[in-house]
Design a binder for this molecule. Structure first.
Ligand SMILES: Cc1cc2nc3c(=O)[nH]c(=O)nc-3n(C[C@H](O)[C@H](O)[C@H](O)COP(=O)(O)OP(=O)(O)OC[C@H]3O[C@@H](n4cnc5c(N)ncnc54)[C@H](O)[C@@H]3O)c2cc1C
Length: 466
């Protein structure tokens, strides 16, 4: 029986990064993945394919709506949807093969099959035709998550679909109804709205992207409406049914009024559930909480010593970069080091256009905590760079401690916000004040000047260009 120092179950961004770091630290490492393609949700049916389709659809949207203003006339513009999906698949292939290469380079043994615990130090891997048993001193569970649904809604994967199917449709829907106004629903809704689909979002709470600073959801809703999105906020879906190619969604609002929406597809985007099916956790006594997430301590170790868990399957935000941080963290803990993760500074991003990005405390959280804070903001319509590229929607909002001026939260909606949020993360990791950032030179003309101006505004000195 082959023996390893560390074995990781699951090859998503949590698992494969943990494996690389373990191998770098000199441990004999194995990784087990139930699908032949490595990379988990993120690379196969999540972050990467969604961004590939967002980029393609954005090119089309710009060509159809904005090129003319730039002085570029196009004739006979149309979408070749199967090519678009084909390019996305090629991007996924390049990335998943890249993970294979990294496993080989770091001498990590890859097993393809479904892993389950036999004991706290041994695993059975059921492959297509054969089953293998291995031993491992330490085991890291990185089995990720699967799309969740609502009680009474059955996903048929044909007309009532999840994000996985929405990434590989064979036609552009005429009418797409999305249940859930969160990140995944709005990103995939953007893809299809840009290609001409009539997109309707039904959301239970009174705001889209409701876990982010409220101001962001308001602004994003305004922009998406201009793109043709229709929103039904404060509506609880009570039933979804299909008849041939038609899907009917019933929802009710607080006043008890019912709406009936008809579409040709219904995308259920109400979050994801931790995935531990047939993992044999009960055999070794690993605890899960009421939501099915594996319970861990501060070192991400489960209640069973030597078994760790990371990523979507444990508590916290379900994001690829959070899973990656935890992968490195656990590898270094096992390697005897003293790593640290600042969970307050894990940025959240929505890849619509304009992009939305956020880090640190929201204004609502500061209010609840009774923290005294100052606000500074700067709109992109006052940015020379944004005017040049015609990306004038959105703003950057900076929240800073009233007494010390330390930056407590940065919330932005605007061009390239996904990349720009890194500046806020760095500033906050080094506990910068708003004045620190306001006094740093930002290249002109760039979108990042809006961050400098918002910080200047937060100091009370007033922004320069407004
Ligand atoms: C449409 C979509 C878009 C997204 N976009 C973003 C984004 O832009 N940015 C971002 O940060 N996050 C994004 N996410 C979330 C991101 O994909 C997840 O947070 C991330 O993949 C979690 O990583 P993980 O390693 O914990 O698990 P996963 O990536 O889910 O990987 C777990 C792996 O474990 C395998 N596995 C499970 N059980 C077993 C078993 N018993 N034996 C063997 N293998 C097993 C699974 O097959 C899977 O490959 C997106 C998600 C979706 C669905």
């Amino acid at each position: 029986m082959e023996k390893f120092d560390v074995t990781i179950i699951g090859s998503g961004p949590g698992g494969y990064v943990a494996a690389i770091r373990c191998a770098q630290l000199g441990m004999k490492t194995a990784i087990i993945e139930r699908y032949p393609s490595l990379g988990g949700t993120c690379l196969n049916v999540g972050c990467i394919p969604s961004k590939a389709l967002l980029d393609s659809s954005e090119h089309f949207y710009n060509a159809a709506h904005n090129f003319k203003t730039h002085g570029i006339d196009l004739k006979d513009l149309r979408v070749n949807f199967s090519n678009m999906i084909g390019r996305k698949e090629e991007v996924v292939k390049q990335n998943t093969e890249g993970i294979r290469f990294l496993m080989k380079k770091n001498k990590i043994t890859v097993f393809i099959g479904h892993a389950s615990f036999l004991s706290k130090n041994s695993l059975e891997i059921k492959g297509k035709d054969e089953s293998t048993i291995i031993e491992s001193a330490k085991i890291i569970i990185a089995t990720g998550s699967k799309p969740a649904t609502l009680p009474g809604i059955e996903i048929d994967k044909k007309r009532i679909i999840t994000s996985t199917e929405a990434l590989k449709l064979t036609e552009i829907p005429g009418n797409l109804i999305i249940i859930g106004g969160g990140v995944i629903g709005l990103e995939l809704g953007s893809v299809y709205a840009r290609l001409g689909t009539k997109v309707t979002v039904v959301e239970f709470t009174d705001s889209i992207i409701s876990t982010m600073d409220r101001s962001l959801g308001k602004e994003l809703q305004k922009v998406l409406r201009k793109e043709g999105f229709e929103f039904f906020l404060g509506h609880k879906v009570t039933g979804v049914s299909t008849k041939g190619k038609e899907v009917t969604i019933k929802a009710v609002n607080e006043k008890g009024e019912t709406i009936n929406l008809k579409g040709d597809y219904c995308l259920v985007a109400v979050g994801r559930r931790p995935y531990t099916d047939n993992l044999g956790l009960e055999k070794v006594g690993v605890k899960v909480d009421a939501k099915g997430k594996i319970v861990t301590d501060d070192h991400l170790q489960t209640n069973v010593s030597g078994i760790y868990a990371i990523g979507d399957v444990v508590n916290g935000v379900m994001l690829a970069h959070k899973a990656e941080e935890e992968g490195v963290f656990v590898a270094e803990i096992i390697g005897g080091q003293k790593p640290h993760i600042n969970y307050n500074l894990i940025p959240g991003v929505v890849y619509t256009w304009p992009e939305v990005a956020s880090v640190g405390a929201t204004e609502e959280q500061l209010k609840v905590a009774g923290r005294k804070y100052k606000t500074g903001s700067f709109p992109f319509k006052a940015s020379g760079r944004a005017r040049a590229s015609m990306d004038t929607d959105g703003f950057i909002k900076v929240l800073a401690d009233e007494a010390t001026d330390e930056i407590l939260g940065v919330h932005m909606i605007g061009p390239r916000a996904a990349d720009m949020i890194a500046e806020a993360v760095v500033a906050m990791e080094f506990r910068a004040s708003a004045e620190d950032v306001a006094r740093m030179s930002h290249a002109h003309p760039t979108y990042s000047e809006a961050m400098k101006e918002a910080c200047l505004d937060a100091t009370g000195k007033r922004a320069l260009h407004i």
